[in-house]
Write a protein that binds this ligand. Structure first.
Ligand code: G4F
Length: 317
């Protein structure tokens, strides 16, 4: 039975990846913080082995790695909000940049280093000179979050080349689902549309409506993470849909799903504008398609509609 260890297992991607691995008969271990909300794991928690640790606590993480001796490590943990990284730049770099380096160094010291997946981000490209971006596009991060991810991504490459680790980066563009956290714009919008429809909320305040993102389905992206670690050689892959949609298009789709005119409820609020915001990042997933046989198939409209309808169903009574 293969054994996997997932950091950030309680998050959107961690929970879907855990389910994917359980369905393939893996023994799945996960690292959670004491304060983690385990709601996403509820229906299959009994089949997981959860370890409580802060990723900054090297001694504990090293002990978990030694005791579990995983075949595969999926590193999805760490501060994940780009906007917050402007307020907490140092903590973001500690969590993402140093956190990933620490894990790589621990893995390298193991007698049999596991295969390693790192969740990198399109934010490493920041303000790129070319579009769409691919694995050859130079990093030009424009946010503290992107800068920390760029460091972590490059450390994965360095450890792979220098020490022969089987370590891969998934350069992930935005990916959403009904399990997305409330502080990301798609879920904020879908939950607000549902709440307004049900009379629990009156209006929705947002930042930049014209900002565009390459939004995919998280359930498809975790499959590609797993595929990367099943290859004969380690490499980095862009995971993206290649299509751009605006924040306003998310608003239009979510409000249409509940039969409301968004213009009656949505307000722009400078509090949600970011000091710097890569406006049009779009990825080229050709390498993942060719080598992994992975293809993004979800439609943007269906995804946002599903998230909105799910928010209607799971709304508090
Ligand atoms: O949903 P967002 O917060 O996602 P963002 O910043 O693109 O980051 C996500 O995707 C990255 C790439 O995969 C990940 F690395 C990262 O961990 C995270 O998963 O914001 C999307 C866009 C931005 O342009 C933001 O300025 O929506 C804009 N926006 C407009 N109003 C808003 C809001 N974002 C949020 N969170 N809240 C707003 O009210």
């Amino acid at each position: 039975m293969p054994r996997a260890l997932i950091t950030g297992i309680a998050g959107q991607d961690g929970s879907y990846l855990a389910e994917w691995l359980l369905a393939r008969d893996y023994e799945v271990h996960g690292i959670v913080r004491e304060s983690s909300c385990l709601k996403r794991l509820q229906s299959f928690k009994a089949r997981l082995v959860l370890h409580c640790a802060d990723l900054n606590d090297s001694a504990t993480v090293r002990r978990i790695l030694t005791e579990t001796a995983p075949d595969e490590v999926y590193h999805l943990g760490g501060q994940s909000h780009v906007g917050l990284s402007f307020e907490q730049a140092e903590a973001t770099c500690e969590s993402i940049a140093i956190g990933t380096l620490r894990l790589l160094e621990m893995i390298r010291a193991l007698p049999q280093p596991p295969r390693f997946f790192n969740a990198s981000s399109s934010e490493v490209f920041g303000r790129p000179e070319t579009s769409p971006q691919d694995e050859q596009t130079p990093f030009r991060p424009a946010t503290p979050y992107g800068c920390a991810k760029a460091f972590a991504t490059q450390m994965v490459v360095i450890e792979r080349h220098t020490f022969g680790l089987f370590a891969c980066n998934g350069i992930l563009y935005n990916h959403e689902s009904p399990r997305r956290g409330d502080n990301f714009v798609t879920q904020k919008i879908c939950r607000a549309a549902a709440a307004i429809k049900q009379g629990r909320q009156q209006e929705l305040s947002l930042g930049n409506l014209s900002s565009q993102r390459d939004w995919g389905d998280a359930r498809e992206y975790v499959q590609a993470m797993w595929l990367m670690l099943q290859q004969a050689t380690p490499a980095d892959y862009v995971l993206a849909t290649g299509k751009l949609h605006s924040v306003q298009a998310v608003v239009e789709t979510a409000f249409a799903a509940v039969g409301l005119n968004w213009r009656d409820y949505v307000k722009m609020d400078p509090r949600f504008m970011r000091p710097e915001d890569p406006a049009r990042l779009v990825g080229n997933p050709a390498k993942a398609e060719k080598i992994l046989g992975w293809r993004p198939i979800a439609s943007f409209t269906r995804l946002i509609t599903e998230m909105t309808l799910s928010a209607l169903e799971t709304a508090p009574a």
